[in-house]
Design a protein around this ligand. Sequence first.
Ligand SMILES: Nc1ncnc2c1ncn2[C@@H]1O[C@H](COP(=O)(O)OP(=O)(O)OP(=O)(O)O)[C@@H](O)[C@H]1O
Ligand SMILES: [Mg+2]
Length: 265
Amino acid sequence: MSDKKSEAGAFIQVKNVWQQYGDQVVLERLNLSIAEGEFCTLVGASGCGKSTFLRLLLGQEAPSRGEILLDGQPLADEPDASRGVVFQRYSVFPHLSVLDNVTLGLELPRAPLLGRLLGRGKRDAREQAAQMLHKVGLGHALDKYPAQLSGGMQQRLAIAQALIMKPRVLLLDEPFGALDPGIRKDMHALLLELWRETRLTVFMVTHDLSEGFTLGSRILVFDKPRIDPHAPGAYGARVTYDIPLNDGRRAPAAAGPFRTAYQGA
Ligand SMILES: Nc1ncnc2c1ncn2[C@@H]1O[C@H](COP(=O)(O)OP(=O)(O)OP(=O)(O)O)[C@@H](O)[C@H]1O
Ligand SMILES: [Mg+2]
């Protein structure tokens, strides 16, 4: 494979990224090329920097070293509408109905002063929000309040909230970690359906390896290849395995049927 060629066409490029807090190195030497429409699942031991990596992709933090390019351009200093995010426990607005929670995302950027659209703009925004809520299976719950929803329903609401902004990248940090196995299965089906329909690029952290293999078109394993017992913060995690999961149902992966790319020294 020609690295030059694949890099030139990459949607997201992670170039020699390091993240360090004080003298603790959390991530080191990350290099990745992600094509638009890939579904990357991220796995690795607790504390190895998966959520940190998502924050870097979101633009919530800048890397200590290296850079992340989106469409060849450095990420904006702050999160913007090109990237949506869903956390394990999403903080929706408790005093707003399901419909208003999703409508608000459309209102704020269009009416930054008042935070509310009026008349026709408002009707259109509510209509779009209702359609999105139907899509995620909450069409029957538009007037409910978050406290009246089950965990699975709350995550559907969080996904609708993220998707209404039409992001190109969806970042999911253990979004189904708190859900029962049966509900998880439903959420997997929903997520795959939305992904296929929108061609979104997805990054999803999971602790569940089988979830990582089932959902992803590519799985990234984060691990610390070097450990100094006398200086636990000296070395960070890298992507030690980068495996395309090409089962024909999904977008073709960049390289052959099985590839491991250990970013060794
Ligand atoms: N803002 C910060 N300041 C200092 N240290 C931080 C900060 N954010 C993360 N860390 C440290 O970075 C390391 C990686 O944290 P991170 O939350 O990214 O791990 P993770 O892989 O998501 O873990 P988990 O699977 O438990 O969610 C941890 O040791 C954490 O204490
Ligand atoms: Mg985490």
